[in-house]
Structures are given as structure tokens and as C-alpha cells.
Design a protein around this ligand. Structure first.
Ligand SMILES: Nc1ncnc2c1ncn2[C@@H]1O[C@H](COP(=O)(O)OP(=O)(O)OP(=O)(O)O)[C@@H](O)[C@H]1O
Length: 252
């Protein structure tokens, strides 16, 4: 049996935005753990706190309260510069709905960028970039400009770029939001392949129950809190389960 190993643990995370005299509680006392080689899906209606959570995990925003542990060690002040850039470079890969590639660059240059920013040697940059491009099936297209690729191929490049530095955590914000259903399945299958081949830990935010079906665990947010969660079981169809919980939450 493989031991369950925690990559990320967050404890009592709170985020309050103050607008004049009003306070918006975007996250309230959120606790969860992400294990090595696990896909955790975060679901919830608009305004429930999903993006706030992802921004805090990614070091793009500061929590008002709470603790974050990466690989068992607390990261304090990780969201403040100069630590934030270091924290992101060493621990986090991002994939967004809109791919966010640099179209002036080739596929290979886009993927190599995080390694260049980490000042890796030319040989490490070339080897890691080529390995990732092979893994996502785009090695043959490496000299093309990213604009010449389809949406699904661009998202593959974005996944390769996010993982080329071997981050502890991949944060994916609606990664299939701009894709048709067949291409969405291909990207979700790619994420599962990265989980299996690289033992990659992934936090995936989505509105879509079909996407949530790819999670090992699914958390449901409402008004900044986790209000429901389940663990995937081979014999229970995730889509039906997710839809049932979503319907119950809408009624509550
Ligand atoms: N910069 C900000 N200033 C003030 N309030 C904010 C800010 N960012 C988010 N909020 C508020 O925090 C709450 C959670 O927002 P968040 O964007 O995390 O929700 P979400 O679940 O990601 O929504 P969506 O699915 O629409 O992206 C909302 O009430 C939102 O209005």
C-alpha cells in the first residue's frame, strides 16, 4: 500500500476584503489537505470563493488569517515579495482558462520560460523542455509559434509550461472553460496522465460537474466555506453525485 503524503495543508484560512465600512468574507475558516498525486476539485457558484482560494494558494494574494504548509513545512509571509516570486517559482504551476501563452514565442520557448526565469543551465532547459513537450504530445510542433496551434494544443503547451519546473502543486482555473467537449476530455485526460506519470498534485477549479468527475476528491464551496465534499469511488458515478450535491446546495 502507498503511504498518503500531504503536499499542501491549509488551516483556518480566512480572507476578508474591506470596502469602506463593509467587510466581504471571501473565505471563512477553510481547512483542507492535498495529497501527493491527487486531483482535488473545487466547485461552487459564482462568488463562493474559488478564485480567492486559488489566488491565495498561488501566492498571488494574502490570506487575512490562517496557515499554509507545503510538504509539511509552514510557509510564512510567502505572499510578500521577495518571497512570493520564489514561492511561485519553486512550488506552483498555473494553468488558466485563457492559456496565457506568449504568441511572439515558439511553443518550445513558451515551455522553457519558467526554467529561464529560474536561471537553469542551457542543457537543463533543453532537456526538461523537450521531455515535457514529448509528454504532452507536442514535441513535433516545438518550433511553431503558439498562435498557430488549436485551443486544445495551446492548453497542452500551457500544461507543459506549468509543469516544466516540477512544481509541488498545479493550480488549474477552469482549464477547459474555452474548449469544446471533446477537447475538454482530452485536456482532462492529460491532467490525469500527469497525475499518474509524474505523481502530480493538482487543484482544479470548475463550475462543470463533468469536469469534477475527474477529481479524486471534490469540495463544494458556498459563501467562502467548504459545505460539502466527497471522495471518488470507482462504483459511484461522480457526475450524478456532483449534480445532486449542487442541486441541494442551490436549495439550501
Ligand atoms: N478584490 C476584491 N475586493 C472585494 N471583494 C472581492 C475581491 N475579490 C473577490 N471579492 C469578493 O469575494 C467573494 C468571493 O469571490 P471569488 O472571486 O473568490 O468567487 P468565485 O467563486 O471565484 O466566483 P467566480 O466563479 O464568479 O469566479 C465574492 O463575494 C467577491 O465579490
Amino acid at each position: 500500500m502507498t503511504a498518503v503524503c500531504s503536499v499542501l495543508r491549509i488551516k483556518g484560512i480566512e480572507k476578508v476584503y474591506s470596502i469602506g465600512n463593509n467587510k466581504v468574507f471571501a473565505l471563512r475558516n477553510v481547512d483542507f489537505e492535498l495529497n501527493k498525486g491527487e486531483i482535488v476539485v473545487v466547485m461552487g457558484s459564482s462568488g463562493s470563493g474559488k478564485s480567492t482560494l486559488l489566488n491565495i494558494l498561488g501566492g498571488l494574494d494574502a490570506p487575512t488569517k490562517g496557515e499554509i504548509f507545503i510538504d509539511g513545512l509552514e510557509v510564512k509571509d510567502y505572499y510578500k515579495e521577495p518571497y512570493a516570486t520564489e514561492y511561485r517559482r519553486n512550488n506552483i504551476g498555473f494553468v488558466f482558462q485563457s492559456y496565457n501563452l506568449l504568441h511572439a514565442l515558439t511553443v518550445e520557448e513558451n515551455v522553457a520560460l519558467p526554467l529561464i526565469l529560474k536561471h537553469e543551465s542551457a542543457s537543463v532547459i533543453k532537456e526538461n523542455t523537450h521531455n515535457m513537450l514529448k509528454l504532452v504530445g507536442l514535441y513535433e510542433r516545438r518550433t511553431h509559434r503558439s498562435i498557430e496551434l488549436s485551443g486544445g494544443q495551446q492548453q497542452r503547451v500551457a500544461v507543459a509550461r506549468a509543469l516544466v519546473t516540477s512544481p509541488s502543486i498545479l493550480l488549474a482555473d477552469e482549464p477547459t472553460g474555452n474548449l469544446d467537449s471533446q477537447t475538454s476530455i482530452e485536456i482532462l485526460e492529460l491532467l490525469v496522465e500527469m497525475k499518474q506519470k509524474l505523481n502530480q498534485s493538482i487543484v482544479l477549479v470548475t463550475h462543470d460537474p463533468k469536469v469534477a468527475a475527474y477529481g479524486d476528491r471534490v469540495f463544494f464551496f458556498k459563501d467562502g466555506r467548504i459545505v460539502n465534499e466527497y471522495q471518488a469511488e470507482a462504483h459511484v458515478p461522480n457526475i450524478e453525485r456532483t449534480l445532486m450535491i449542487m442541486n441541494n446546495l442551490q436549495g439550501s
